[in-house]
Design a binder for this molecule. Structure first.
Ligand SMILES: Cc1cc2nc3c(=O)[nH]c(=O)nc-3n(C[C@H](O)[C@H](O)[C@H](O)COP(=O)(O)OP(=O)(O)OC[C@H]3O[C@@H](n4cnc5c(N)ncnc54)[C@H](O)[C@@H]3O)c2cc1C
Length: 554
């Protein structure tokens, strides 16, 4: 416990009477931190901290990267800004060596200051000084971590842009014909065959840059750090990230394998209105950003740009593209779904050149001032329409049916009605897309009258549903007729369960391999369900590991 003696040497407490010091010492929190442990995180509620021994560094997430912005030595305090202005913490405080820190709650602080007003003056003065520094950080121009040169309609450029923004990496993108190319590209002159070219913030130049190289150079994890894990989660959407948060926080050595960037489908959603705890909605991007931070902070490894391409169900080995195996004691399938393809004329040829499946927020700038077409009548199409309406000149929602009401939430229909540049074309379908190198026009047919109109188009986005891509899984993992992975009771019903005990609710037909989120055979496809199932999967992993530890050696 902290003693009044410990506090006598702290400068800001010099004016406090001995009995008040004794009371504070008795009531305050006594945090003993190991190296790397946090006293408080960015966004946490206000409190005041006093460093009694050791050393604390101050970190702040700037541009998705945790940067060190200060340090505190014994005798110094932190939390003066939150306690004075009633705001959450603007940085995180982490021990760099074994440290001891006193934690004073807001109530204790104000009781103390009532008896010794000099304490309040001292802390408030420090807070004002500190605000100046924080303002400097907040207003410093953000430097792009990468500068990319590439053609507007190059599919790799599009993939890279989506990848960089989904991984929260700020970048500058210049097309080779841009008049200011010479002043914005800091590298040597480029030939067309070098594109896309990318220069990273450490000066490395990548020519004909691919996702994996870019991820490597920008410090993202692309290889497993170990060869075996307690649990390997395949897929980094809401279900996979929830499993990672719970797995890592409960002490399991956890690896997430994600073929693109964390966030999954939810990342492409401009506003999720129905996720608990966000009364005004939250963008999928923001949710993904927070989940990724949380999973990484708790110690999960998140590996990006790696595809799981095979799985040995008996040995529990996941095969990655590129060949290396990752061994696990349990596996969680959280691979979600992928957009369903259409067989319309011209689509395959113009894919990535104005025609897209789904929509990512990074597309918005390319759609500025254009007339665009969205195919679909579900919530995904509705959300995308709302998002693009702020960028495109007009957004046409091409709907085969006679109303939106059957497939879209009421609140979205209302929002769409309030936007004057969104048109809903009922009884309609896109029959063909046209363009030489890039999309230029679409043929929209009225299914009721048979009339076909050719309309200028700057972008066609398809949202006609999604399917589970599970062909790469071994036969031993039972799936339903549409490819979704069966779990629990459905496995029992399939007659393919081999153990005496029943399969756990989220367990597949292979003991110790679980499935959660959209990839699981279940009618519910929602962020909240995916998150719930991801966290539940970890509870079943624990039960499976305990049970297999006690199983007789066979
Ligand atoms: C535009 C849009 C708007 C939406 N709006 C809402 C909403 O408002 N409210 C709501 O509740 N739900 C909404 N949804 C649905 C919600 O996003 C999904 O239910 C949820 O994302 C499912 O999460 P998941 O983790 O199961 O799968 P996903 O989000 O699909 O994530 C799966 C991840 O696995 C990765 N992956 C797949 N295969 C492999 C492999 N072999 N190797 C490695 N990685 C792999 C993928 O790249 C992906 O990142 C929306 C969906 C879309 C597309």
């Amino acid at each position: 416990m902290i003693s009044a003696e410990d506090l006598k040497t702290i400068p800001f407490l010099a004016s406090v009477a001995s009995e008040d010091l004794a009371r504070l010492a008795q009531a305050a929190g006594d945090l003993r931190l190991a190296s790397g442990e946090y006293a408080v995180h960015e966004g946490d509620e206000r409190a005041l901290f006093v460093v009694l021994s050791g050393r604390i560094e101050v970190t702040k997430l700037i541009d998705g990267i945790e940067r060190i912005i200060g340090a505190r030595a014994p005798g110094q305090i932190f939390g003066e800004v939150p306690i004075t202005f009633g705001t959450p913490f603007q940085g995180s405080y982490r021990a760099t060596e074994p440290s001891r820190v006193m934690q004073v709650s807001a109530r204790q602080f104000h009781a103390l200051a009532a008896g010794a007003p000099a304490v309040l003056t001292h802390v408030a003065a420090l807070a004002s000084e500190r605000i100046g520094g924080l303002r400097g950080i907040a207003t410093a121009p953000t430097r792009a971590r990468a500068v990319m040169v590439g053609h507007r309609w190059d599919d790799t450029v599009r993939e890279l842009r989506t990848f960089l923004s989904r991984n929260q990496i700020t970048y500058d993108w210049i097309t080779p014909e841009a008049p200011d190319l010479a002043s914005r590209w800091p590298g040597p002159p480029l030939a067309d065959a070098d594109l896309p070219a990318l220069i990273c913030d450490d000066g490395t130049i990548l020519l004909r840059a691919g996702l994996r190289d870019v991820a490597d150079k920008l410090g993202l994890q692309t290889r497993p750090r170990s060869s075996d894990y307690d649990t390997v989660v395949i897929g980094g959407g809401p279900a996979g990230l929830a499993a990672a948060v719970y797995g890592a926080s409960e002490g399991l050595r956890t690896l997430v394998i994600e073929r693109e960037a964390p966030g999954g489908q939810a990342e492409t959603s401009s506003r999720i209105e129905n996720y608990l705890g966000f009364p005004t909605g939250v963008s999928g991007e923001e949710l993904a950003r927070r989940a990724l931070q949380q999973a990484s902070r708790l110690g999960a490894e998140i590996m990006v740009t790696r595809n799981a391409v095979g799985l040995d169900a008996v040995g529990k080995v996941v095969k990655l593209d590129g060949g290396e195996p990752v061994r696990a004691r349990s596996i969680i399938l959280a691979t979600g779904v992928s957009w369903r393809r259409v067989a319309t004329e011209g689509f395959d040829r113009l894919l990535g050149k104005g025609v897209y499946y789904g929509a990512s927020r990074s597309e918005a700038s390319a759609m500025q001032g254009q007339d665009i077409h969205l195919i679909g009548a579900g919530n995904s199409a509705g959300q995308a329409a709302m998002f693009f309406a702020n960028h495109a000149r007009t957004v046409s929602l091409v709907v085969r049916g006679d109303s939106l009401e059957k497939s879209m939430s009421h609140y979205l229909i209302e929002q769409i009605r309030s936007k004057s540049n969104i048109r809903v074309e009922l009884h309609s379908e896109v029959r063909a897309v046209h363009g030489d190198k890039v999309l230029a026009a679409v043929d929209v047919a009225n299914r009721a009258t048979g009339e076909v109109r050719r309309l200028d188009s700057g972008g066609v986005f398809v949202f006609i549903g999604a399917d589970a891509e599970t062909d790469w899984l071994p036969e031993a993992i039972v799936r339903d007729a549409r490819g979704y992975v069966c779990t629990g009771e459905a496995v029992t019903r399939s007659g393919r369960w081999s153990l005496d005990r029943d399969p756990y609710l989220l367990e597949t037909s292979v003991p110790g391999i679980f499935a959660c989120g959209d990839v699981r055979s279940s009618p519910v496809k929602r962020v909240a369900a995916a998150v719930g199932e991801g966290s539940m999967a970890i509870a079943f992993v624990h039960q499976f590991l305990v049970q297999s530890a006690h199983a007789p050696a066979g």
